[in-house]
Design a protein around this ligand. Structure first.
Ligand code: AMP
Length: 114
């Protein structure tokens, strides 16, 4: 989508600290990290939010979870633990309308979240 910052990151139009990419997904470091490890994992396909998913997207979401698991191991947070978050909508604080999953770790994470 032309004016989507995450589409532009996926295409390389906007630079990022990319840590993984394949035909379907891209992962890059969050520009405003909330934990020592804070990586965003996105589908290349522009899907605005979790509420826009349907059965045709089931495989990509499963793939993103496996990418998250592999990145957790690669960045050394698999043993200590980590969190995967997807904010959906205004009350959750979603600020970029391209579905994304935060991979957070490297410190003790509080529960419940704010
Ligand atoms: P959310 O608030 O859940 O929609 O998450 C959006 C995230 O994208 C925030 O944590 C931002 O810091 C991050 N973000 C926005 N623009 C960029 C960018 N150009 N590169 C990396 N991360 C970004």
């Amino acid at each position: 989508m032309a004016d989507c910052v995450f589409c532009k990151i996926a295409s390389g139009e906007i630079p990022s600290q990319m840590v993984y990419q394949d035909d379907a997904v891209v992962a890059f470091k969050d520009v405003n990290p909330q934990a020592p490890i804070h990586i965003l994992i996105i589908p290349r396909q522009h899907i605005p939010s979790l509420m826009d998913l349907d059965e045709s997207n089931a495989a990509i979401i499963g793939h993103i979870m496996l990418v998250a698991k592999n990145l957790a191991r690669q960045f050394g947070i698999d043993q200590g633990g980590f969190r995967i978050v997807s904010n959906c909508g205004a009350d959750a604080g979603q600020s970029v309308d391209h579905v994304h999953f935060h991979l957070l770790g490297g410190r003790s994470l509080q529960w419940p979240p704010g």
